[in-house]
Design a protein around this ligand. Structure first.
Ligand code: SF4
Length: 487
C-alpha cells in the first residue's frame, strides 16, 4: 500500500482532521492510501445527494483526484485516486458543498475550537450510515417515511461521544416497509415498520439480522433462544430512545473483542440485553411473544432499482440505472446532475446496490431520462449482465487483490448466462458485497478464480470449481445454470 503525502494545512481544517491514516476505514476527513491514490469516502445520509453536491463532487474529484467515483454497498460514495498534497483541498471542497461531518460539526467555528470540531468530525465520519430504502418517502408500499427518523438516529450516533467506541462496521437498518428495500445485509440492530391491530404504525425490532420475509421458516426454540427474529415493537417516537438504549447495553456488556451484536449474542441472550437496555428507557422493554414469528408483509424487490417505476405521488416516477461495476467518472456524475435538474426535483439517490436512482421524474419525461441513462452506459434492465455483476476494486486499486477483478468482470459480462448474479472478489474480505451472492469468483492468481456457490451456510458457500479462467468460469456458470433449470 502506498503512503500519501501528509495533507496540507489550511485555515479551514486543523492538520489532525486531514492526516491520512492508512490502517483505518476511509472517510471524508480520513483519506486512506490505496494503490491508485487516496480514497475519500463520503457518507450520504439516506443515500441522498443533490444535483449541486453531485456537481461539486465531480469538479473536486477532477481537481484533486483521478475523477473516478465509486458507489458503495452502504449507499455512500468514494472519490478514488486522491493526489498527494490535495487532501485538504478535496475535503474543503466537499465540505463547502454541504457534505460530510465537518459541515455538521461546525467547520466555520473559530480556529481555537477547530481541534474539538475536528475530533467530533472524525467520530461523526466513522459512524456508519443508517440504512433506509432509497425510495423512503416515495415508495407506494411504504408504511412510514423513514427519512426524518434515520436523520435523527444518525445525528444521535454522531453526537454522542460514547458511540465513538462502536466499530465503524456497526450497522443499523430502518425499514419503512417499501418494496425497494435491501434486506440481505445483516444489521446489528434492525427496525421495521408494521401495522398493529388498530392500524397504527409500530417499529418491530431485532438484533443481528434483517426483518424476516414472509417466506422465512418458523422460529424454533433454539432460534428464539439465540435472539433471531423479532423481539418486540415500539412506537415511532420511541425509536431513538430504543436504539440509544440498545447501543448503551451493547457497550456496557460487550467484551473488548466483541465488535458486532452477533458477538454479544454469543455471550448474552437477547432477553438479558433487553433487561440491560431497560435501564436506559422509560417505557417497558421486554420480549413480545406475539411477535416471535412476525414477518414483513411486503416482498422486497431489488429489480425496482432499475428502469422506471411509479412513485406514491401520482404522475411521478423514479428512474434507476446501474453504472458498470458501481463506478462512474466525473462527467457522468455531472450528466446525472443535469438530468435530475432538468427532469426531476434536482435530487439523486445512491442505492446500496451501487446504483443511482433519479426520483420525482414527471411521466412525460420518463422515456427521455431512461434513454439518457442508457446513453451514459447505465444498465437499466435487471436482465442486463452489468446489473448482475459486482466486483471489488481489484488489483488496479488494491494491493491485496490477486486479480484485476473489475477488468475480469467486464470480460465476464459478455458471456454471463441469463438470470445469474455473480460477485468477483480479489480476496476473501469481500469488500464489494456485504451479502453472499449466489455465485462468487474468488481470485487465486491474475485472471484465475475459484468458483463458490451459495448454500445458506456462512461465507461464500462450497467451492465448486478451482483455478478457472474467465472463459472457463463462464462455461461452468452456464452448465450450473442449465442443471438448475433441468432440476
Ligand atoms: S475484497 Fe480484498 S482485494 Fe478486493 S478491494 Fe477488498 S481488500 Fe482489496
Amino acid at each position: 500500500m502506498s503512503v500519501l503525502n501528509p495533507a496540507s494545512p489550511t485555515t479551514v481544517l486543523p492538520d489532525a482532521a486531514c492526516a491520512p491514516r492508512p490502517s483505518a476505514c476511509p472517510g471524508l476527513v480520513r483519506i486512506v492510501a490505496a494503490r491508485d491514490g487516496g480514497i475519500c469516502r463520503i457518507k450520504l445520509p439516506g443515500g441522498a445527494l443533490s444535483a449541486a453536491q453531485a456537481e461539486a463532487m465531480a469538479d473536486a474529484s477532477e481537481r484533486h483526484a483521478s475523477g473516478v467515483i465509486e458507489l458503495t454497498n452502504r449507499a455512500n460514495v468514494q472519490v478514488r485516486g486522491v493526489r498527494g498534497g490535495h487532501e485538504a483541498g478535496l475535503i474543503a471542497a466537499l465540505t463547502d458543498a454541504g457534505l460530510g461531518p465537518l459541515h455538521d460539526a461546525g467547520a466555520a467555528a473559530p480556529y481555537t475550537q477547530q481541534a474539538q470540531h475536528a475530533q467530533q468530525a472524525q467520530h461523526a465520519d466513522d459512524v456508519r450510515n443508517v440504512m433506509i430504502s432509497p425510495l423512503a418517502g416515495r415508495d407506494p408500499f411504504a408504511l412510514f417515511d423513514t427519512r426524518p427518523l434515520s436523520a435523527a438516529l444518525l445525528a444521535m450516533l454522531q453526537r454522542d461521544a460514547r458511540f465513538a467506541a462502536l466499530s465503524p462496521k456497526f450497522a443499523l437498518l430502518v425499514d419503512g416497509g417499501e418494496r425497494l428495500a435491501r434486506l440481505d445485509h445483516p444489521h446489528d440492530v434492525w427496525l421495521a415498520a408494521s401495522h398493529d391491530a388498530s392500524g397504527d404504525v409500530r417499529f418491530v425490532f431485532g438484533l443481528a439480522g434483517c426483518p424476516p420475509p414472509a417466506t422465512a421458516p418458523a422460529q424454533t426454540d433454539a432460534t428464539v433462544q439465540n435472539g433471531s427474529g423479532a423481539l418486540a415493537s415500539v412506537s415511532p417516537a420511541q425509536v431513538p430512545a430504543l436504539v440509544r438504549a440498545l447501543l448503551h447495553a451493547f457497550l456496557d456488556l460487550a467484551a473488548a473483542d466483541a465488535t458486532r451484536m452477533r458477538h454479544l449474542l454469543a455471550a448474552h441472550c437477547a432477553d438479558a440485553i433487553l433487561r440491560h437496555a431497560q435501564a436506559h428507557v422509560d417505557f417497558p422493554l421486554t420480549r413480545d411473544a406475539a411477535l416471535v414469528n412476525w414477518r414483513r408483509n411486503t416482498p422486497a424487490d431489488a429489480a425496482l432499482r432499475l428502469g422506471a417505476h411509479a412513485q406514491r405521488s401520482a404522475g411521478t416516477w423514479h428512474v434507476g440505472g446501474q453504472p458498470p461495476l458501481g463506478r462512474l467518472d466525473a462527467n457522468t456524475l455531472r450528466g446525472l446532475a443535469a438530468i435530475a435538474r432538468q427532469h426531476g426535483g434536482g435530487a439523486l439517490r445512491i442505492t446500496p446496490w451501487q446504483s443511482v436512482l433519479l426520483p420525482d421524474i414527471a411521466s412525460h419525461a420518463v422515456p427521455v431520462v431512461l434513454a439518457a441513462l442508457r446513453e451514459r452506459g447505465f444498465a437499466c434492465d435487471p436482465a442486463d449482465a452489468l446489473a448482475r455483476l459486482i466486483a471489488c476494486t481489484g488489483s488496479s486499486g488494491c494491493a491485496k487483490s490477486l486479480a484485476d477483478t473489475k477488468a475480469d468482470a467486464l470480460k465476464l459480462a459478455t458471456y454471463l448466462p441469463p438470470n445469474l448474479d455473480v460477485h468477483l472478489s480479489g480476496c476473501p474480505r469481500s469488500c464489494a458485497a456485504a451479502h453472499c451472492a449466489p455465485f462468487t469468483l474468488l481470485a487465486v492468481a491474475p485472471g484465475r478464480y475459484d468458483l463458490y456457490r451459495r448454500d445458506g451456510t456462512p461465507g461464500f458457500g462450497p467451492c465448486v470449481a478451482r483455478q478457472l479462467t474467465i472463459e472457463q468460469a463462464a462455461d461452468t456458470l452456464a452448465r450450473l445454470a442449465r442443471s438448475n433449470t433441468d432440476a
